[in-house]
Write a protein that binds this ligand. Structure first.
Ligand code: 3SK
Length: 508
């Protein structure tokens, strides 16, 4: 990369120059379409409002809080063009989750969708008097989207250094205390030069939908970075349940979908798998994609889902495979640009076939903002993830468990997600989460929290049926000795299963 680089200019100005101002950049289910020219103009007006009205200077941080919609994209691009640092958050976060993020990142401005202002006001009043809150998307006179109408239509992007911070991405980690990852302007582009160019390979005529929020780098990469680098169109849905999303995909000619395995399973279970027929590319990440789910999507719906593992610390996906390279059940190989290895308990590189912690090196690395947990994540230059994987002789990486999800029962090592995948395959199960339950005899036993389909009763007979079913699928020692039924599983705002909350349920 050149020394000076502004990622927002590279995304939107470059798209206008390469693909034309009239090409659609973003669309919504309501039929709103913004061309690349319109998106650039609105982002430029936002940059003017930030600098001219709100006194933003390069390096200032700007919190963005909104569901996925076109103004959020314009706001994000406008902040970066003005030389600011975007602190991306999810609309679903509440006051108690926003407070530590605001305290740590100290934004001077918050650009907030007008429907989500209250929690930010509460955080400002309690903890951040420096914060100017500007609502957008509403119809009051001081609303950002009304104010920008009077601003000049063009803004020359601040000549930021490639190594200036562009993005602060909060991540909750497994315990819930947020860590703030820092990413440079060049990092934003590098995810396209790795996963985007080598695995995803979008085309200008693609229409890209993704369920993860723009406040999660999975969604930001899919809907903004990869899409705009390819001159494609982002289809922005604010909050679509999987069944609705499936309908929107077929109604609006979506060709690329990125979502989590749970959403794929729910789409299939509610009989909407046929709505995915027009997809050219389907990406699954955020959670392990079990082989059974991949196979069902392939056999029944003709999809060759691209699985991948990423991390907010590394901005996006670093292990994946597409097309003929896919081995169902394996996550894939290191994306070109990345190296990956397995570390044993002593931190040494483990040979093929031996499970250990997945560690990665690539063009993007973990930099936590002022956080002692940095020393645990970056060790000898390796970014050490919280996942246990095994590498096979062909260099494919196979997911085993979160490092803290391994269940040791009577001396057996049991992967919680493996048992989950087995239970998920039962026709009455919507989803399940498996954790270790303390047991005086065995140390721990496998405990499954199960969500059943509508009208199915969770009684003793169902427990026995599920146990027998798992024994038929896996080595019998892995069957869940404890089965509890829940109406829904606890998930964080990115949709990840919160196993620590399941463990807490066992303590109550
Ligand atoms: O796998 C994930 O959880 C992830 C995290 C950040 C960015 C992208 C992905 C897929």
């Amino acid at each position: 990369y050149p020394d000076r680089l502004n990622a927002a200019a590279e995304l939107v100005d470059r798209a206008v120059a390469t693909y034309g101002a009239g090409r659609p950049a973003v669309r919504t289910p309501a039929g709103e379409v913004w061309t690349y020219g319109e998106l650039r103009e609105r982002a430029d007006r936002v940059a003017h409002a930030l600098v001219d009205d709100l006194g933003l200077v390069p390096g200032n941080r700007v919190l963005i809080r909104s569901p996925n919609n076109p103004w959020t994209v314009a706001a994000w691009l406008g902040v970066l063009k003005a030389g600011g640092i975007a602190v991306t958050t999810m609309a679903a976060l509440r006051e108690r989750e926003l407070t530590p993020i605001v305290e740590k990142t100290r934004p001077v401005v918050a650009l907030v969708d007008h429907r989500f202002v209250d929690d930010v006001v509460a955080v400002r009043d309690a903890a951040a008097p420096q914060l100017t809150i500007v609502a957008y998307g509403g119809d009051t006179d001081d609303d950002l989207t009304r104010r920008v109408a009077t601003k000049p239509a063009s803004f020359t992007a601040v000549d930021t250094a490639a190594d200036d911070v562009a993005l602060l991405g909060p991540t909750s980690g497994s315990t819930g205390t947020p860590k703030i990852t820092m990413h440079f302007h060049r990092d934003v582009l590098s995810i396209d030069n790795t996963f985007g160019k080598h695995v995803l390979r979008l085309r200008p005529d693609d229409v890209v939908a993704a369920s993860p929020p723009l406040g999660f780098t999975f969604g930001l990469g899919m809907l903004v970075v990869f899409t705009f680098r390819a001159g494609a169109c982002a289809f922005l849905t604010e909050a679509a349940a999987p069944a609705q999303l499936a309908d929107l995909i077929s109604e609006h000619g979506v060709t690329v979908l990125a979502t989590a395995p749970t959403a794929y399973r729910q789409i299939v279970r509610c009989g909407k798998g046929g709505q995915l027929a027009g997809l050219r590319v389907a990406v699954s990440a955020g959670e392990h994609l079990p082989k059974s789910t991949w196979q069902q999507l392939h056999d029944d719906h003709g999809l060759e889902v691209i699985d991948g593992i990423g991390a907010t610390e590394l901005l996006h996906i670093f292990i994946s495979a597409a097309g003929d390279e896919i081995r169902p059940g394996a996550t894939g190989k290191p994306v070109p640009g990345f190296r990956a290895t397995i570390l044993d308990a002593d931190g040494a590189e483990a040979p093929a076939g031996v499970a250990g912690r997945l560690a990665v090196i690539g063009p993007v690395g973990c930099r936590y903002l002022d956080d002692p947990r940095q020393a645990g994540y970056v060790v000898d230059g390796w970014n050490v993830t919280g996942d246990t994987f095994v590498r096979d002789d062909d260099g494919y990486f196979w997911y085993r468990a979160r490092t803290d999800d391994l269940i040791v029962s009577s001396g057996y090592n049991i992967s919680g997600p493996e048992v989950e995948a087995a239970i998920d395959a039962h026709p009455d199960v919507v989803e399940c989460g498996v954790v270790a339950a303390p047991d005086p005899e065995r140390g721990s036993v496998v405990c499954a929290f199960v969500v059943l389909g509508d009208g199915v009763t969770g009684d003793d007979a169902k427990v026995e049926e599920l146990q027998t079913f798992v024994k038929g699928e896996l080595a019998p020692y892995k069957y869940p000795r404890k089965v509890l039924f829940l109406p829904a599983l606890p998930r964080n705002t990115s949709g990840k299963l919160q196993r620590f909350k399941l463990r807490q349920l066992l303590e109550t």
